[in-house]
Design a protein around this ligand. Structure first.
Ligand SMILES: Nc1ncnc2c1ncn2[C@@H]1O[C@H](COP(=O)(O)OP(=O)(O)O)[C@@H](O)[C@H]1O
Ligand SMILES: [Mg+2]
Length: 250
C-alpha cells in the first residue's frame, strides 16, 4: 500500500437540477487498500461510484481511475474496474454457470476461456455446490456472491461495491465481507466499499470516508479519525461511535 492513488477525484461535483448530490469531492483511494465509503441514504455515495465508472457525467471537477478519465475513456475504465451495483440483475431461468457464461460472452470472452474459469470462480465465492441451481432460487446473499463472481470474470484491478451486504442475514454478510477481504489480501485488489455495516467496515477497511449531504466530512484511518473526534486516546472508540458523532455535529 502507500502513496499511490489509483482513484482520485478533484472538486468533483454532480448537480441534479438545483440539488448538489456530490459537492467538491476530493477523494483518493490508494492502490491495494480497502476504503470504506460511509454515509446515510441520499449522501451521494452511489452518484460518486457512477461517476468513477463513467456511467454518470460530472457537472464539474475531474475523475481519474487507474490513470483513465471515465468521462473520455469509459471503455478503458470498464476493463479494469469491477462494479457490483446495489441490485444485481440475473436471469432467474439460468443456472449459476450459465449466468456467468452469458456475461462472459457479452463481454467478448472466448467460450473456452469462460468454461475453464467459471468453476474456479464459483468455488472462490462459495457457490460451487449451487453451480447448477437456477439463479431464480438463489437467496440475496447467493446473488451478491454470484455478482462478485461476475465481476471477477474480468480480473479487475479495482472493485467498486455499492452496499453489497444490504439485506443479507448476519452469516451471509460475514461471508461476503470475508470474500472481499480475501480478494484484497490475496489478489491485491483495491476495494471501494460503500456500506452501512459499520462493524464489518471497521474490521476490513484500511481507511474510511464519511459523506453527508454530498460532502466528505471526514476521511482517514479509523484510529486517526477517532483521535480527531474524541481526542488523544480516542482510538478505543468504534467506527459507529465516530460516525454518529458527525451527525450530532451536523
Ligand atoms: N438520477 C437522479 N436524478 C435526480 N436526483 C438524483 C439522481 N440520482 C441521485 N439523485 C439524488 O442525489 C442524492 C444522492 O443520491 P445517491 O448518490 O443515490 O445517495 P446514496 O447512494 O448515498 O444513498 C439524493 O438526494 C438523490 O435523490
Ligand atoms: Mg446508494
Amino acid at each position: 500500500m502507500g502513496g499511490h492513488p489509483i482513484i482520485r477525484t478533484q472538486d468533483l461535483t454532480k448537480r441534479y437540477g438545483g440539488h448538489e448530490a456530490v459537492r467538491s469531492l476530493n477523494l483518493e483511494v490508494y492502490e491495494g487498500e480497502i476504503f470504506g465509503f460511509l454515509g446515510p441514504n441520499g449522501a451521494g455515495k452511489t452518484t460518486t461510484l457512477l461517476m468513477l465508472l463513467g456511467l454518470t457525467v460530472p457537472t464539474t471537477g475531474t475523475v481519474e481511475v487507474c490513470g483513465f478519465d471515465p468521462v473520455r475513456e469509459a471503455r478503458d475504465v470498464k476493463q479494469v474496474v469491477g462494479y457490483l451495483p446495489e441490485n444485481v440483475g440475473f436471469y432467474g431461468d439460468l443456472d449459476a454457470v450459465q449466468s456467468l457464461a452469458y456475461i462472459a460472452a457479452l463481454n467478448g470472452k472466448p467460450h473456452a476461456d469462460a468454461t475453464r474459469t467459471i468453476p474456479g470462480l464459483l468455488e472462490q465465492v462459495g457457490l460451487a455446490d449451487a453451480a447448477r441451481k437456477k439463479v431464480g432460487f438463489f437467496s440475496r446473499g447467493m446473488r451478491q456472491r454470484l455478482g462478485i463472481a461476475e465481476v471477477l470474470l474480468k480480473e479487475p484491478k479495482v472493485l467498486l461495491l455499492d452496499e453489497p451486504t444490504l439485506g443479507l442475514d448476519p452469516d451471509g454478510a460475514a461471508r461476503l465481507i470475508g470474500l472481499i477481504e480475501s480478494l484484497n489480501r490475496d489478489r491485491n485488489m483495491t476495494v471501494l466499499l460503500s456500506s452501512h455495516n459499520l462493524q464489518q467496515v471497521q474490521r476490513i477497511s484500511h481507511r474510511v470516508g464519511i459523506m453527508i449531504e454530498g460532502g466528505m466530512v471526514a476521511e482517514g484511518p479509523i484510529d486517526t479519525l477517532a483521535e480527531q473526534t474524541f481526542g488523544l486516546g480516542g482510538s478505543r472508540y468504534s467506527l459507529e461511535e465516530i460516525y454518529l458523532e458527525y451527525f450530532q455535529e451536523g
